[in-house]
Design a protein around this ligand. Structure first.
Ligand SMILES: C[S@@+](CC[C@H](N)C(=O)[O-])C[C@H]1O[C@@H](n2cnc3c(N)ncnc32)[C@H](O)[C@@H]1O
Length: 239
């Protein structure tokens, strides 16, 4: 799900060979692995995430020959890195999940070198795919489950993001809009996969088989072949 966004983001960002880069809330590590190709053998990439399962998957998916990547299991508010360790840091779809955003950004500022850049992406509109999923989940499971499907899209106000960054010591903040086109592919395969990565996976797993199939086919009917997702690409320079 996050590869198309990662590829598009990296097309808009200037990474130099030899840079030291942090991929915070790295999940399964898609940004880190793409950045590793750009920084080359004299650069380094560090991926960090709170969730041990994500770090395990990141290690598994990263090719064994990618020697310049390190993985760490850590909370964003307490990082085991020296001050000013990184030239650049990425939060790809991470900020909206951090419960203490000011503490996360202040810790991020500490580990970035002066003049270093934090690049973050956050959904700026509700994905048409997840709007359809939330709608059907609301009918098949209930309103609370429907709201939790949309939780990744709940932090959409660019001005709020900008204010948080400025308060945390990033005086220069620029925001641009990215349009990410994603092919849904064979709906019978892609919709269960999207749900498996969403906050309602356990509730859906409890449905009986005919209900689960009916849920998937209802979502499938609501969708076109492609969906266009919208994200803020935020560049913040550390003072
Ligand atoms: C939507 S995923 C994005 C993953 C990844 N950046 C990507 O693009 O594939 C959000 C990630 O934030 C991580 N996360 C949530 N709270 C965190 C925290 N307090 N510290 C570090 N990581 C956190 C989750 O474990 C999850 O992997």
């Amino acid at each position: 799900m996050f590869r198309p966004l990662a590829e598009l983001t990296l097309n808009h960002v200037n990474i130099q060979e030899g840079d030291c880069v942090l991929d915070m809330a790295c999940g399964t590590g898609i940004v880190a692995s793409l950045v590793a190709e750009k920084v080359g053998p004299f650069g380094s990439v560090t991926g960090a995430d709170l969730n041990a399962g994500m770090i395990e998957a990141a290690r598994l998916y990263t090719p064994a020959n990618t020697a310049n990547i390190e993985w760490h299991q850590n909370d964003v508010t307490s990082l085991p890195f020296e001050d000013a360790s990184f030239d650049m840091a990425f939060y790809q779809q991470g900020l909206q999940f951090f419960s203490d955003k000011p503490a996360a950004l202040s810790e991020q500022r500490r580990v970035l070198a002066p003049g270093g850049t934090l690049i973050l992406t956050v959904w700026s509109a509700i994905s048409p795919l997840f709007a359809a999923v939330a709608d059907s989940i609301g009918r098949f499971i209930g309103p609370k489950a429907s709201t939790s499907v949309l939780s990744p899209f709940a932090f959409r106000d660019g001005e709020v993001i900008k204010a948080l960054l400025m308060e945390a010591g990033f005086p220069k903040v620029e925001i641009e809009r990215l349009l990410v086109e994603r092919r849904i592919g064979l709906a019978t395969e892609s919709i269960p996969k999207e749900i498996a990565g969403s906050p309602v996976r356990e509730l859906v797993a409890k449905l009986d088989e005919p209900t689960e199939k009916a849920l998937y086919s209802e979502i499938e009917e609501a969708l076109r072949d492609f969906v266009e997702d919208e994200a803020h690409l935020v560049r913040a320079i550390r003072q």
